[in-house]
Design a binder for this molecule. Structure first.
Ligand code: C2O
Ligand code: CU
Length: 473
């Protein structure tokens, strides 16, 4: 049975479920072609790009042979990949057909607070929300998902999530990087879910206790017993990895133990490409990697945390057939310049992640309503260094809206390798801490706030969220 004693000890948190009912041995028996989400480029005239999205319900087979009620953008489950162009003005006409309030948050985008889709801009069933903003982001992989108070986990696990690619086709550092979507530039969206035998997708403690299956989905396809297939027609293929799971950490590796060349973290290119054997994605995080393939490669996803499922899993989720005959140029030795912050004159704060029974807290306050949550105020132009202190024994994933951050230290250690890139979502282990630095630029508002929160969606909905007000002075 499920470890109810452990659950009681953790209050209403799911993090200490101890039963290994979700353990998964690596024994895929079927194959299916990798699904590539549609590309949504919008319609552009005079540098204004208009996108149309509808959040709606549908059905999908999250468990093979079982019909689940789901939701998606413009489709039954997940959403199209939006392509944004830096410098263009985006107008998004987003209609809510879900039968309940929602928002659409542009995770990782640098946009005005009123446009970023936080809880303050929730809109009702039948309404259309039309955020308008200039794309200021560098080439990177972002994503979009709901963010209304208390319903983020529910709506996201039912399928409301999609990728955003900030176009880099005219970026000189990208000259030798693949950019043909669906051919050599491939999105991979991971969702580790919890489902009961009837196919109901679960998103809270009561639901998790009733769950009987813990599927891993890649681009919406269950890979529990299926290896997806993809034929790489170019020697060099780029993969954009997004962990859209509500909680689990997903580690990507090659089944042969070989290297992948990581080129980007959450917030775009690393200073230089890094050969790595694993890429660890906390909930909400992204990374990009390329592989030059002369032989076939199988990619694996490893779930070691298994908080909801209470067990781990290793999945041969993607078999790539190498069929390219071209010889790509060497990757540029420098992808971009990242000036590391000198934080000596930065304003320091400590932000404490805590809990009290089943209520999750930031700085002692439960972010279950806009009025109860902690609010951090800063001014435009300020440069800050924050210690994110995890006073719980649970793992968290620290996400900050609006601006990217640099990692200054991780549990007391200096960052190295890919940790020297730009992030917006990073792991904070139980009892640990990270120190991050950021600069508030471009947008101020004395009415609308950005959010900072744990990206374990259950924790966010249980209160581990605070607001951030950036004012002029
Ligand atoms: Cu992806 Cu505030 O969230
Ligand atoms: Cu958390």
């Amino acid at each position: 049975g499920v470890g109810l004693g452990a659950v009681a000890a953790a209050g209403a948190s799911f993090a200490l479920l101890t039963d290994a009912k979700g353990n998964k041995a690596n024994a895929a028996t079927n194959t299916a072609t990798l699904t590539i989400p549609d590309l949504l480029e919008g319609t552009t005239s005079d540098s204004t790009t208009t996108f149309t999205l509808e959040a709606k319900t549908g059905t999908a087979e999250v468990l093979t042979g079982v019909t689940s009620t789901t939701a998606g953008y413009n489709q039954s489950f997940l959403g199209p990949t939006m392509k944004w162009v830096k410098g263009n003005t985006n107008v998004l006409n987003i209609t809510n057909s879900l039968g309940e309030d929602t928002t659409v948050h542009f995770h990782g985008a640098h946009v005005p607070a009123k446009m970023d889709g936080g809880p303050q801009v929730a809109f009702s069933d039948g309404d259309t929300w039309s955020p308008t903003f200039t794309v200021k982001d560098e080439p990177m992989t972002l994503w979009y998902h709901p963010h209304a108070l208390g319903t983020t986990a529910k709506q996201a696990v039912h399928g409301l999530a999609g990728m955003i690619i900030v176009d880099d086709s005219d970026n000189t550092t990208s000259a030798d990087l693949p950019t043909t979507y669906g051919t050599d530039d491939i999105p991979l969206i991971f969702q580790s879910l919890a489902v009961n035998a009837a196919g109901d997708i679960k998103y809270d403690l009561t639901g998790y206790l009733a769950a009987t299956a813990f599927p891993l989905l890649v681009n919406g396809t269950n890979v529990d017993d299926t290896t997806l297939t993809f034929t790489a027609t170019k020697t060099r293929t780029r993969f954009r990895l997004l962990n859209a799971s509500p909680s689990d950490i997903i580690v990507i590796q090659r089944s042969d133990g070989g290297t992948m060349t990581q080129i980007a973290s959450d917030q775009g290119y690393l200073a230089e490409a890094a050969d790595v054997t694993t890429i660890r994605l906390v909930a909400g995080a992204r990374a990009e990697m390329v592989m030059d393939m002369s032989d076939d490669v199988t990619l694996q996803a490893v779930i070691t945390t298994g908080w909801v499922r209470g067990g781990s899993g290793t999945y041969d989720f993607l078999a790539v057939t190498a069929s390219g005959t071209d010889t790509p140029d060497d990757l540029p030795s420098s992808l971009r310049t990242i000036d590391r912050y000198d934080t000596s004159d930065f304003t320091a704060r400590t932000i404490t992640l805590g809990n009290s029974g089943g209520t999750m807290l930031i700085d002692g306050k439960a972010g279950t309503s806009m009025s109860s949550m902690a609010m951090i105020s800063t001014t435009l132009g300020s440069k800050e260094i924050w210690t994110i202190k995890n006073s719980t024994q649970l793992e968290h994933s620290f996400h900050l809206h609006d601006v990217p951050y640099q990692l200054i230290s991780i549990n007391g250690a200096d960052p190295t390798g890919v940790q020297l890139g730009w992030y917006d979502t990073y792991e904070v282990v139980g009892g640990g801490s990270i120190v991050i630095a950021m600069e508030f630029t471009d947008f101020s508002d004395d009415t609308y706030m950005y959010m900072l929160h744990c990206h374990l969606l259950q924790h966010e909905d249980e209160g581990m969220m605070a607001s951030l007000m950036v004012t002029d002075s």
